[in-house]
Design a protein. Structure first.
Length: 372
């Protein structure tokens, strides 16, 4: 009986039936893994993709960003700096990450400043896009009939176009607001770094003065340089103009005032930053669309996602706006947070979430809160 031929695989040869995935395929695998919070698989896929195509900017930036998020700082810096060399004048995210990863100082401030400049350009473009979409939506639509007459196919097409125009305005406004929020955060991050740098310089100057010849070292007065303080205030004023509803500028200002030895002004700035939650509650009562309340509350959760009351109020806002799928998603996120915080089911906040669940179920059906 003739012997069977050994396959290439049994001899340890390559399996030709399984071609090596491309860098793009590996990138897509990583994105899918991230949807399931599988960071190890995402990292492995992106690492292979970078090895295959080290000049692929999209892959390189994604790899560096992921490394930064999971705390692999040294490798993240190397990857992101390579991305900067490949494309220095586009992509603000890599600069923002580098500003956080390198040692605080002029290098870090330089990265954040570059990211801010790129973001400002994007905000300007988004603002123009919003204005154009708004003008298009406001333009008179020819061909509409009045008096309750049945619309012709041409008139229905015009009406559909008008609806699309309104949707385009909403999408443009949302994109612009997201960019404005990022720019505001970048400006505040730079301001806080400048405060930190000014504090270090002030301490060094105070120590040098206190230990100078003829001094006994007991008079150690620390005061931030007026020029540095002025620069920080300008950054924060700009941040307020970019995103008036954000609490971050006032929070950063509170830090500056505290460093300046003015606790009363610091407290007042903090009070202003905490005012938004109460404003959102009032907006929810006054505005039937709940659009403004939703915008404020989403910003609050983006800045601090550990407050169950904010999650609950956002769920109510979506419910009031008849956005039941969004309300359901927020309800589920709030319930996950309650479990994570080990909050007793007997607490009032748990009852409030249960009331929200019942309300969603009543109008949207049981499937809405059962994940069906």
């Amino acid at each position: 009986m003739p012997k069977k031929k050994s396959s290439a695989r049994s001899k340890g040869g390559p399996d030709k039936s399984a071609p090596t995935p491309t860098a793009d395929q590996l990138y897509q695998q990583a994105q899918l893994a991230l949807q399931y919070d599988d960071y190890d698989s995402a990292k492995a896929s992106l690492k292979k993709a970078v090895k295959l195509e080290p000049q692929n900017l999209e892959v390189l930036e994604a790899y560096g960003s992921l490394l930064a998020e999971i705390g692999d700082e040294k490798e993240a810096v190397a990857s992101l700096q390579s991305a900067v060399q490949l494309c220095p004048d586009a992509g603000h995210e890599k600069y923002m990450y580098l500003g956080q990863l390198v040692e605080p100082g002029e290098e870090a401030a330089g990265y954040i400043s570059k990211g801010i400049a790129l973001l400002q350009k994007q905000v300007d473009e988004a603002t123009s896009a919003t204005a154009a979409a708004t003008a298009n939506a406001a333009a008179p639509q020819a061909g509409t009939s009045g008096g309750g007459k049945k619309k012709t196919s041409a008139e229905r097409a015009v009406a559909a176009k008008a609806a699309r125009s309104v949707e385009a305005v909403s999408e443009a406004q949302e994109a612009e607001e997201e960019l404005r929020s990022e720019l505001c955060g970048g400006l505040c991050a730079l301001a806080e770094m400048r405060v930190q740098m000014a504090h270090v310089a002030a301490v060094a100057a105070a120590v040098a003065a206190a230990t100078a010849p003829g001094q006994d070292g007991s008079d150690l007065a620390v005061s931030i340089d007026a020029h540095a303080a002025g620069e920080v205030e300008q950054l924060l004023e700009r941040a307020k103009l970019v995103s008036p509803i954000s609490p971050e500028p006032d929070q950063a200002l509170a830090s500056l005032r505290n460093e300046q030895g003015n606790p009363d002004a610091a407290l007042e700035a903090l009070r202003r930053s905490m005012f938004r939650f109460e404003c959102a509650k009032l907006l929810l009562e006054l505005d039937e669309s709940a659009k403004n309340a939703i915008q404020v509350l989403e910003g609050l959760i983006e800045e601090d996602d550990s407050n169950p009351a904010t999650w609950h109020l956002l769920g109510l806002a979506f419910y009031s706006a008849e956005l039941y799928e969004e309300a359901q998603a927020v309800y589920e996120g709030g319930m996950d947070l309650l479990k994570k915080l080990h909050i007793s089911p007997e607490e009032d906040i748990c009852s409030e979430f249960e009331d929200l669940r019942s309300a969603i179920e009543e109008l949207a059906g049981p499937a809405a809160t059962m994940g069906e």
